[in-house]
Design a protein around this ligand. Structure first.
Ligand code: GLN
Length: 486
């Protein structure tokens, strides 16, 4: 029986029934990755170590966790000991970390098998996976179309059924937007819920790791392992982690969901609107109540994000200087020349653009006008959320204003076109709140995502409400034919 498109829950049953071993499962996953090489969703495979780890799970012969023996893919931004970690950048194309990121380590300690590192936008900057040094990732639903970004390789690997789940990171939408474009489920947890240690930093006050999977239930399985305080990350939250599987089936008849007035949905594509209306109807049928809410400052989210994120990135990326690790230019005159040439050769255009913007925004004389001002607006946005969560349990929006688009069709002349892709996702990063994207239909054979935003630390509620949706619909079961890629 093929393992392609199987969820963690289904693979767990196969492993428990001994109809497949962890080693066989890992080999099949690696084979599928080879078969669909053209998708370009992996940067590096973990064949040897993956096989070895799967074998020791088989020899151990006892299941200690739901993830024991389950193959997973890791975004190539998580450091993995002994396994190349590139952030899809030339500057790190030869970097082999001496340690493993806490989030990945916890998944591996639970017995999961890392089969490979997934392609992404360079340093997670992008919404289309077109800024990778290793080339574009194709959307499994349509060749030549973007999978979304920046966790595009992880989303494509799950959507193509190569692995049942993968890790991603979300600074402004990079888990939810690719999940939406690839027709899978992706959760961005509360800021600090999962340790950022060993995650190569883009914008430290916004970055958050999370799972991409076929179902909300599988996201809960991953989050159960990934979440928790870490002494190595002082921004990780020191609060107890609930069992996210426990309340998945809780009825939602008391639920109050807010629709954000400022996101003028009537301006969206009519098909996006009608999918949204259908999902609203389904939730109403299941007992939820909808109310319109106002977040007066939310329309400032995109410019606020694009002041803060580049500022933090310019500071974080200053460590890549060609001296300590990563790409080093040859034939340089002196130290300054070495820095300049190594960075000029090592970074791609989008990363350079952000470093320039960020350096400018942080420079003396402009700091108050841009970075400080953006932080003040960020606080106002967060206050708006605090106010609405006094009256509603969740907020609901489309994940993205549109479906996946063709390579090169957006942002090539004007990058702002691509920045607007994250209109609905960015505000929850600015406020540090959890949010999930679930598939809720298709437009012209391309998936569309529905976003639910939760209150601080209420991943349990998001997973519950997403799970109930998936129990009452079959959008999450749709599979791409993969005809273009075989
Ligand atoms: N698309 C956004 C950006 O380019 C968000 C990326 C992310 O979440 N990593 O900054």
């Amino acid at each position: 029986m093929s393992i392609q498109f199987k969820s963690i829950t289904e693979l767990r049953a196969m492993l428990d029934a001994k109809s497949i071993s962890a080693s066989e499962l890992t080999q099949e996953s690696l084979q599928l990755a080879k078969k669909y090489k053209e998708l370009n969703c992996f940067v590096t495979m973990n064949e040897e170590l993956g096989a070895k780890n799967a074998n020791s799970i088989d020899l151990d012969n006892k299941t200690t966790s739901k993830l024991s023996g389950i193959p997973l893919a890791q975004k190539d931004l998580f450091c993995t000991e002994g396994l190349r970690t590139t952030c899809s950048s030339k500057i790190l194309s030869n970097f082999i970390p001496p340690y493993t990121a806490t989030a990945v380590k916890k998944l591996e300690d639970a017995g999961s098998i890392t089969v490979g590192k997934t392609n992404m936008d360079e340093f997670a900057m992008g919404s289309s996976n077109e800024t990778s040094f290793f080339g574009n990732v194709h959307n499994p639903w349509k060749k030549g179309y973007v999978p979304g970004g920046s966790s595009g390789g992880s989303a494509a690997a799950v959507a193509a059924g190569i692995v049942p789940a993968a890790t991603g990171t979300d600074t402004g939408g990079s888990i939810r937007q690719p999940a939406a474009h690839c027709g899978i489920t992706g959760l961005k947890p509360t800021y600090g819920r999962i340790s950022r240690w060993g995650m190569i930093a883009f914008a430290s006050s916004l970055d958050q790791a999370g799972p991409l999977a076929r179902t909300a239930e599988d996201c809960a399985i991953l989050l159960n392992e990934m979440a928790g305080h870490d002494l190595k990350d002082t921004t990780s939250l020191d609060v107890t982690v609930p069992d996210y599987l426990e309340d998945l089936d809780k009825p939602i008849n008391q639920l109050k969901i807010g629709i954000i007035k400022e996101f003028n949905l009537s301006e969206l594509d009519s098909e996006v609107q009608s999918r949204f209306q259908d999902s609203k109807d389904l939730y109403e049928k299941l007992g939820a109540e909808f109310v319109e809410v106002s977040l007066p400052n939310i329309s400032a989210s995109v410019p606020t994000y694009y002041s803060i994120a580049p500022a933090e990135c310019s500071s974080n990326l200053s460590r890549f200087d060609g001296v300590r690790f990563g790409h080093r230019a040859e034939n340089t005159q002196d130290l300054n020349d070495l820095y300049i040439k190594s960075r000029s050769e090592g970074f791609g255009d989008e990363v350079k653009r952000r470093i320039l913007i960020g350096t400018y925004a942080l420079s003396a004389g402009y700091y108050d006008a841009y970075y400080k001002k953006a932080q003040q607006v960020r606080r106002l946005i967060k206050n708006d959320f605090d106010t609405v969560f006094e009256t509603v349990d969740l907020l609901m929006t489309p994940t993205s204003p549109n479906t996946a688009f063709a390579f090169g069709s957006k942002g090539t002349q004007n990058p702002v076109e691509l920045y607007l892709e994250d209109l609905f996702t960015i505000s929850s990063n600015l406020a540090g709140l959890p949010a999930i994207s679930i598939p809720h239909g298709q437009i012209n054979s391309l998936p569309v995502g529905l976003q639910l935003i939760g209150n601080f630390l209420r991943e349990d509620k998001l997973l519950n409400v997403a799970h109930i949706f998936q129990k009452n619909s079959d959008f999450h079961l749709a599979q791409p034919t993969m005809e273009d890629f075989s």
